[in-house]
Write a new protein. Sequence first.
Length: 686
Amino acid sequence: MEGTVPSERKNPFFEPYRTLHDVAPFDRIRLEDYEEAFMEGIRRDKEFLDKTINNPAKPTFDNTIINKDDDPEGYYDLLERVSTVFFNLLSAETNDEMDALAQKMSPILTQHANDMRLNEQLFERVRQVHLHHRRLTPEEKRLLDDCYQGFVRSGALLDKEGKDRLRQLTEEASLLGLQFSQNLLKENKAFSLHITDAAQLDGLPQTAIDAAAEEAKQRGEEGWTFTLDAPSYSPFMTYSTQRELRQRMYMAYNTKGIHDNDCNNLAICQRLINLRREIAQLLGYKTYADYVLSRRMAKNVRGVYRLLNQLVDAYKPTAKKELEELEKQGVGLLQPWDVAFYSHKLKLKKYNIDAEMLRPYFQLDKVIDGVFGLATRLYGITFKENKAIPVYHPDVKAYEVFDRDGSYLAVLYADFHPRKGKQGGAWMTQYQGQWIDKKGENVRPHVSLVMNLTKPTPDKPALLTLGEVETFLHEFGHALHGMLSNCRFESLSGTNVLWDFVELPSQFMENFAVEREFLRTFAFHYDTGEPLPDELIRRIVRSRNFMVATACMRQVSFGLVDMAYYTMRDEFTGDIIAFEKQAWQKAIIMPQRMDTCMTTQFSHIMAGGYAAGYYSYKWAEVLDADAFAVFKRSGIFNEKTAQRFRDCILSRGGTDDPMTLYKNFKGSEPTIDALLKRNGIKRKTK
């Protein structure tokens, strides 16, 4: 309108979002908003710190531990809100500008976090509350202990020299972890296998060929282009008859981070290992693993090795037999790039089952219906897509989630397919946690599922493999842990549990993937509408444990190398590749190659929070097998059993000791027996 002065645009992070369910306003956020919000958030944090430490009143649980509950309209919540959005998108939808900003902000944010954790006046208030407090509820006690231990484990008891050194170490580690991830993403996206000769597509299923043609088209290339993203890499390694091309793909995938270029991660890994060791020793622990495991279910290094050694003893003999059977299928010496190819041939021979046979029955839209429907049958919750909720990319779907009584429960974002600015793999995260405020309002969570599943093509919808269905179920299990949370404090809610307990809800859900009653609810042929035949389901069940011992040894090998790095007491100056090969030798069943490296792409233990914790997957597998055995006895859709699982585990977050939560559900501690039985492994008798 002529003469109207445009109103000054406000940074959307600076005020309450005022969106439906207070979701992040992705449609209003610009790149330039982040740095401004980071710096203002730091300023507000410091303002809040001054307000807290200068409070003349005696330190109490209410005015020191949970005083942010009085925050007017999230004024002091700014830094957490902008950090959550920025770092979630840094994994799911990044670009060069965001990467550069992350590099710039990382040391600033780490320095600020240290300023808060190492503030002596604040810690003294927390210490006084820890020593002298009113009668607390069990959940309040848990929060207070976590808060106090958090300060101690962050260096609050160190002298000035120690604190200064800790600042240096943590700031450097934070920046190196970020560089590791950015290097890995660049390495992953830098490689592609471009094919123009149709003869070189021999053996590949049509779905893989169509996807490669679409990838080439998007890149402006002729022919077919294959990438290192899972939906492209995995079918190629499984079906391609072109051994030399399989070798090229394998070597590209397994040499990420060791090339002589700017993305080399070898020195970064070595430095991260040493930084973490020094941090732990500065805090009074012998090793970084000792530091980590003091706040885990496993308790100590001995507990972890007990599990890993049990698994090696139980599974390695079977794994060797599996390899011997596999070698009979190959021609000459079996190489790593042959394993998936000949495993597929053997599986087809033994069980007449193949991932491509099943793919037409796993249309993504139907799988979504099936997974959501499973949650409805178990817990009574329902999902409704709402296109009015802003999303950060057109691929993303946003759902409102409602409880059994129709009340609003959560927002769920689902981001299914790979793209340029997205890390590989699959994960669950949150844009808002769950908590109950002082007015008694139950603030509900905003949960996000991020995956890299097979994309649709112009001719076909997205058709998944059974493995991709299991990945969906796994991440959805994490999502349920977040969405069904019913805790008072956000830092104890949802997936904020001990690290070796967090995989229980996710791995538990994977069990349903081979259950006929579940498959019958959604597995229909995308073209004919015919249900997945009973005969195919029987083959799925019979083949469930195909190469299971080999898969177990692979996971154990990762756990062993993780523990080897983080149980070192002296500075690590060795060769990463040679050390890796030696560290996991106990679980290896094939000759090793010295020109590949796992460590330099092992995000879990270098940049993903699983350092000295990768064993958690196998630890939780013992729990999930034990828990699902309870469901099998009562019926996999038994509402009473499901309600008990929800009440005792999914809704409780980290409000109690995990073993206590588990025993409340089952009535006893778990044993390895259910896992061995599920995998068809016979325990050795002495």
